[in-house]
Design a binder for this molecule. Structure first.
Ligand SMILES: [Mn+2]
Length: 343
């Protein structure tokens, strides 16, 4: 059986995508937005789609409330993004990427009645189908994989510059193609992107050699302070603002530390939860698992969302209170899953 790049889009979802492609073709002005605390997939899919649409002659604006993080700016240098909490949009369409629900971008859109179509393109299992048009492929490794499929299917421009952006999210969200259950479509989109002749070296350098001293200090803190529950199947860690201050570190360094995934790399440890306190006192939880334990259920129960093996939530409550709820919910979830595995 021969494989084609058109296979990146699963047959049962082609109709959903074609409705969006039709709308793109009749649109001349488009706003593309993605989520708060943007990761490699948010930046990669947003910049890749914006570049391709602009090369196709569309007038395109980009919106990211938190702006472009410095560590990802190399794929989208010298670009202006809208950072307003409220946008009066007269665009033909607004495309929201990599966002499970309509609050994830942190932006309110005052849309031109009738004219402006809201489009939701995502791969999160918790997606609420909030758009007028929705494309949600929960089996896709990344939103970048979906955008690669869209560009191919729509015949939109794909050159090394567009591919450079999309590769960033494809590599980061798939954890370098190591996610459980990764589909051939992730590799197929990588092949299509690499065929443009793009040099992936700057991406690999940024990911493998781009960590700060503070990232590593936070990793060290995490490794010396985690606790184990559920007969070692669950690792838990709480990081407070006072801890970060001692390390001269900030919230971003927790993400840069890689601690969420490191904890689940321990033999027999199938899940982790890291609870941390933001500068404003708000608490965040990041849940990770392997072996099919569903941490999305826990995140959703706490008002968040995400994927089965990687999810998160935030709460406007004291970190100790949030930690005790998150840990007890995870103990329940992990215990139940382990019982299920042993049956
Ligand atoms: Mn993603």
């Amino acid at each position: 059986m021969s494989m084609q790049y058109s296979d990146i889009i699963p047959t049962n979802l082609q109709q959903d995508l074609d409705r969006i492609i039709e709308r793109i073709k009749t649109s001349s002005s488009i706003l593309v937005a993605s989520h708060l605390r943007p990761d490699g997939d948010a930046i990669g899919s947003l910049s890749g789609l914006v570049k391709s649409l602009r090369k196709a002659g569309k007038k395109v604006d980009a919106a990211l409330l938190d702006g472009i993080p410095e560590r990802f700016a190399f794929v989208f240098p010298d670009q202006q993004v809208i950072q307003n909490v409220s946008i009066d949009s007269t665009h033909d369409m607004i495309i929201i990427l990599d966002s499970g629900d309509d609050t994830r971008t942190g932006i309110t859109y005052n849309r031109a009645p009738i004219k402006t179509t809201l489009v939701n393109i995502d791969h999160h299992a918790s997606n609420t189908n909030f758009g007028d048009l929705n494309y949600v492929d929960t089996g896709a490794s990344s939103t970048c994989e979906i955008i690669a499929g869209l560009i191919n299917r729509a015949g939109l421009p794909l050159d090394a510059d567009v591919a450079f952006s999309l590769l960033l999210g494809l590599i980061t969200d798939s954890r370098s193609f190591q996610n459980e259950g990764i589909r051939h479509t992730a590799h197929l989109s990588a092949a299509m992107l690499l065929k443009t002749g793009v040099d992936s070296t700057p991406i690999l350098n940024a990911l493998n050699g781009g960590r700060s001293e503070e990232d590593l200090r936070v990793q060290g803190f995490g490794l010396s302070h985690f606790k184990l529950e559920c007969n070692r199947a669950l690792a838990t860690l709480v990081i407070k603002q006072s801890d970060l201050q001692k390390l001269n570190a900030q919230i971003g360094n927790i993400f840069g530390s890689g601690i969420f995934n490191i904890l689940t790399s321990m033999k027999n440890t199938l899940a982790s939860v890291v609870i941390f306190e933001r500068e404003d006192g708000m608490a965040f939880c990041e849940f990770r698992s392997r072996g099919g334990i569903d941490v999305k259920e826990v995140a959703v129960a706490m008002g968040g969302g995400g994927h089965v093996p990687a999810s998160g939530c935030s709460r406007n409550a004291p970190v100790d209170e949030v930690a005790s709820e998150a840990i007890s919910r995870m103990i329940q979830q992990v215990s139940r899953s382990i019982e299920g595995l042993q049956m």
